[in-house]
Design a protein around this ligand. Structure first.
Ligand code: ASP
Length: 341
């Protein structure tokens, strides 16, 4: 009798254990396999609203973003590095007059275009950055050459120009960067300045890209003409490693866009990476807290794009829109302009 009771008890125990295991097993999410590669891009954040954009403008922006994604993802697809992919994507946007980088850069107070750019390789933390370049066609290539050279990280103005020329990069006449719309904008601001009104930049057209390649390496890059009507010689966050750009295989790759002075003071890109590394936050938590809480509380408009080593993507922005898009291996590219899209 006693034996039967024990047997019965152990049978019930076994069944309950099995049930617990089965329930536990069915509730457990199968771990998402890491995608082969991921590419995320942005073309700036700010007052970007469907009501202020013509159908033509809307489709032009989407077309260039799609082209940048296609060009960068081709590199990743064929086994290229995250570094080469972010460069490829940025070159497309630097060569477009639509974005505030390369060809489409904004004018400073003196009516001159000064470009800034930076790049970082998350596999070894090597980095390169340039500031206040006036005649190098693709500033991101100059930043990359500095990174590969390895002696310095950050070079500006004439020294950076000379370095880029010696590295064989293409120089252009400043006229190459001329854009009537940007110039009209400059003239409008100059006139209001004479009336002692502070210029307001409603749209930041900086471009950026972050990528995860097939080898699991991360990279980030950013390129810009800086803030509209900035002082001559002013540098924003875009060329500052840790502020506008950061990549570390142990956390994530980040590229930012927005009011640079706030992004520098808050070491935005590094803050997101550090939260993941030291506080164990997920990419989304870290990015949201920095952009939607910390920066928003300071009234610092802008956003970031980021990817981590598992291929998770975050693209928070606290403005009405951000030109953005991503490709995940095996999936269709996605491009978005407005909030809530
Ligand atoms: N962050 C850039 C800067 O402050 C501007 C932008 O994102 O458009 O120079």
């Amino acid at each position: 009798m006693k034996k039967t009771f024990i047997c019965c008890k152990s049978f019930v125990a076994k069944i309950s254990l099995l049930a617990i295991l089965l329930i536990g097993f069915s509730c457990q999410q199968p771990a998402e396999p890491r995608p082969d590669f991921v590419l995320v891009i942005h073309g700036g954040a700010g007052v970007i609203e469907a009501s202020r954009m013509s159908v033509q403008q809307d489709s032009s922006y989407r077309a260039v973003l799609n082209e940048a994604l296609a060009t960068g993802s081709l590199v990743l697809e064929s086994g290229g590095s995250a570094v080469d992919a972010v460069i490829a994507a940025i070159l497309v946007m630097e060569d477009s007059p639509l974005f505030n980088a390369g060809k489409g850069a904004v004018y400073n107070e003196a009516g001159i275009i000064e470009h800034d750019a930076s790049i970082m390789d998350g596999s070894d933390l090597s980095a390169g950055a340039v500031g206040s370049l006036r005649s190098i066609r693709n500033p991101i290539l100059a930043a990359h050459r500095i990174m590969v050279d390895g002696r310095h990280v950050f070079m500006v103005a004439e020294g950076a120009r000379q370095f880029a020329i010696q590295a064989g990069l293409e120089t252009v006449d400043p006229q190459y960067f001329f854009d009537q719309n940007r110039w009209d904008n400059y003239e409008r601001t100059r006139k209001t300045q004479l009336e002692k009104e502070f210029p307001v930049q409603s749209k930041h057209g900086t471009v950026g890209a972050v990528a995860l390649d097939k080898s699991g390496n991360l990279a980030a890059a950013t390129s810009t003409g800086g803030m509209h009507f900035k002082r001559e010689g002013r540098l924003g966050d875009s060329p500052v490693i840790g502020a506008g750009t950061y990549a570390d295989n142990l956390s994530c790759a980040v590229s930012a866009t927005g009011h640079g002075e706030f992004f520098i003071r808050n070491a935005v890109a590094y803050d997101i990476a550090a939260r993941m590394k030291y506080a164990g936050q997920s990419l989304q938590e870290a990015a949201d807290e920095v952009v939607m809480e910390k920066l928003a509380a300071l009234d610092a408009g802008g956003g970031i794009i980021a990817v981590d080593q598992q291929g998770n993507i975050a693209m928070p922005f606290n403005t009405s829109g951000m030109f953005r898009g991503y490709v995940v291996a095996g999936q269709k590219p996605v491009v978005k302009l407005f909030a809530g899209e």
